[in-house]
Design a protein around this ligand. Structure first.
Ligand SMILES: NC(=O)c1ccc[n+]([C@@H]2O[C@H](COP(=O)([O-])OP(=O)(O)OC[C@H]3O[C@@H](n4cnc5c(N)ncnc54)[C@H](OP(=O)(O)O)[C@@H]3O)[C@@H](O)[C@H]2O)c1
Length: 275
């Protein structure tokens, strides 16, 4: 899918997530001349990309910069209040601000922008680094359909995009997909540890667990078959998988209850951090 953006993008912060997005944009055909990178110490792959593709990168941009179509804020949440006031001055009447900073509310950007400015708050996840992320996003009421389409094109360059209807759901998105990759990595760790406990050597157990978790994820992704169906397809009555699932799906203390508790804990923490 090619990325057709009517205008330019200012990317503030080209670290892990900003750098991954930048790579995705250029891969999908965004012209280097359409991007300005604001980053005090450009390093790593983003530096290499900027140098190779001739992208302008500076510590700050001033009032001589024409208003971009989109300002993407990908700096750490702790520095937003230091970075954003100057960045907000680059915005014109048609600019939409997209923030991926965890916990930073739409209001915390609106306060530095003229009344009626378009702001989108988004929560990507780490598989964005390989173009397989998913981002949950919410737009304020001033965001037009064209601005939303620009945001979706930029966020969609590193994976899927899902819009949620209200900002309070961003904590739920964070709890499911933002933090979710860590739950899956833990699953691989726990499976490997259990493999050692039942007699495998650690290297073999790790190899089996990693390939199983990533292979099952890829099968689910590529086949498009519902997880419930895939699970049922590998479970014969009275067999080994059924024996394990009887434990994992036990009423009261099974994986579903544990996952619910974990996701609720993440949502609650998100709400506390966003206050
Ligand atoms: N990584 C994820 O999985 C993930 C998921 C969802 C949301 N996010 C959000 O994405 C944002 C970036 O996270 P990250 O993991 O990519 O962090 P990161 O790798 O530390 O990237 C942040 C970048 O911003 C740069 N920066 C600092 N001050 C700046 C300034 N004044 N102007 C422009 N750039 C500046 C940093 O440079 P220095 O290193 O030199 O300070 C760094 O390169 C965060 O707000 C985070 O909440 C990340």
């Amino acid at each position: 899918m090619s990325l057709n953006l009517n205008g330019s993008v200012v990317l503030a912060g080209a670290g892990k997530m900003g750098g991954a997005m930048l790579a995705g944009w250029l891969d999908r055909g965004l012209l280097p001349s359409q991007v300005l990178i604001q980053e005090p110490h450009l390093t790593g792959s983003a530096l290499e990309l900027a140098q190779r593709r001739g992208i302008v990168a500076r510590a700050t941009f001033g009032s001589e910069t024409p208003p971009p179509a989109v300002i993407v804020v990908a700096v750490k949440p702790q520095v937003i209040d230091e970075v954003f006031p100057a960045l907000a001055k680059l915005a014109g009447p048609e600019t939409v601000v997209v923030s991926i900073a965890a916990g930073k509310t739409i209001a915390s950007f609106e306060r530095y922008l003229p009344a009626g400015a378009a702001v989108v708050r988004a929560m990507p996840n780490t598989p964005a680094a390989i173009g397989r992320g998913i981002t949950g996003a919410v737009a304020n009421s001033h965001t037009s359909a064209a601005q939303r389409a620009n945001c979706e094109a930029l966020l969609g360059a590193v994976g899927e995009v899902v819009w949620v209807p209200s900002e309070d759901l961003i904590d739920a998105v964070t709890a499911v997909s933002g933090s979710g990759p860590a739950y899956v990595f833990l699953l691989a760790e726990a499976l490997a540890e259990a493999g050692v406990a039942v007699g495998l050597d650690p290297a073999t157990a790790k190899r089996l667990a990693i390939a199983t978790v990533s292979g099952a994820g890829e099968l689910m992704h590529q086949s498009g078959i519902e997880p419930t169906t895939l699970r049922q397809n590998v479970t014969s009555p009275g067999g080994t998988t059924a024996a394990a699932l009887n434990v994992l799906m036990r009423d009261g203390d099974g994986l579903r209850e544990l996952m619910l508790e974990a996701v609720q804990a993440a949502q609650k923490r998100g709400r506390e951090l966003g206050r």
